[in-house]
Design a protein around this ligand. Structure first.
Ligand SMILES: C[S@@+](CC[C@H](N)C(=O)[O-])C[C@H]1O[C@@H](n2cnc3c(N)ncnc32)[C@H](O)[C@@H]1O
Length: 251
């Protein structure tokens, strides 16, 4: 498998059971180094893991992969449609004939509109982490500047003194544009789910969790995936606005 924007290879342990080769491509030397160090200490049998410094818009190694992954909305890091098309085309060029491209994507970070400073413990991220108490003191807010989506995080002590601040900028990439780009590249695509909650699938999704591939590829893992999701009872909402108190309290 090949992952674009793999960061430190957070998802690789998920793939080691089935993959003989995992190639992670990222532009951050710092994250790649962390990933390499992790897998040096925690070596994996039967899977060759490689971290490669490269840009998802231009990467080329002349190999084909059965699974290509764009996870955690990495496509939002690309500033315009030209770069997005290049990244999807790069994926197509490395896809085996019956392989699948898996894309996990939302148009905007955390919320559709601006949100003022919000305690992290009261937002949807609280349901993503195993120990929500680590979020104590952390807050986030977001602003939108045209298609630029700006997210800030800060940590405040009990006297409200800010001890840590960080700012991320990503770019709005609508799901309609993403699916249109896949079509322009001659790829079929299938939406597997948008959102899910502990009580099953929700229709409030603002997320594209789907697959793409060459037309005629009938290897859709849709049913298996939905079964797994229901069994695990996971909570995932892509939008702070739709993560109501009631939803967050369900455990
Ligand atoms: C939100 S993180 C996701 C990391 C990983 N996919 C995960 O799920 O943990 C986005 C990653 O994309 C990388 N990235 C951003 N632009 C990139 C590009 N043009 N080519 C390759 N990687 C890129 C960043 O360095 C960062 O590691």
């Amino acid at each position: 498998m090949l992952e674009f924007g793999c960061g430190m290879g957070r998802l690789f342990p998920t793939f080691v059971d089935g993959a003989t080769e995992i190639v992670g491509v990222d532009i951050s030397d710092e994250l790649l180094l962390k990933g390499k160090q992790y897998f040096e200490k925690n070596s994996v049998d039967n899977t060759d893991i490689q971290f490669v410094n490269g840009n998802m818009c231009s990467f080329a190694n002349n190999k084909k992969y059965d699974l290509i992954v764009f996870a955690l909305s990495v496509l939002k890091h690309l500033a315009n449609d030209t770069e997005r098309m290049q990244a999807l085309k790069t994926a197509k060029e490395h896809l085996s004939e019956d392989g699948l491209i898996v894309i996990d994507h939302t148009a905007l970070l955390y919320a559709d509109g601006p949100v003022d400073w919000t305690p992290a413990s009261q937002s949807l991220v609280a349901s993503w982490v195993a120990e929500p108490e680590i979020l104590q003191g952390y807050q986030w807010r977001k602003t939108l500047d045209g298609a630029t989506d700006i997210l800030e995080w800060r940590y405040q002590d009990t006297q409200q003194k800010t001890l840590f601040e960080v700012k991320f900028t990503t770019y709005r990439y609508d799901i309609e544009a993403l699916t249109q780009h896949l079509e322009e590249l001659g790829l079929y695509h299938e939406l597997m789910l948008t959102e899910w909650g502990v009580n099953g699938l929700s229709d409030k999704g603002k997320r594209f969790i789907g697959i793409a591939g060459f037309p005629g590829n009938g290897r859709s893992p849709r049913e298996r995936l939905l079964e797994k999701v229901k069994r695990r009872g996971e909570k995932l909402w892509s939008n702070h606005e739709i993560a109501t108190e009631e939803m967050l309290q369900v455990s």
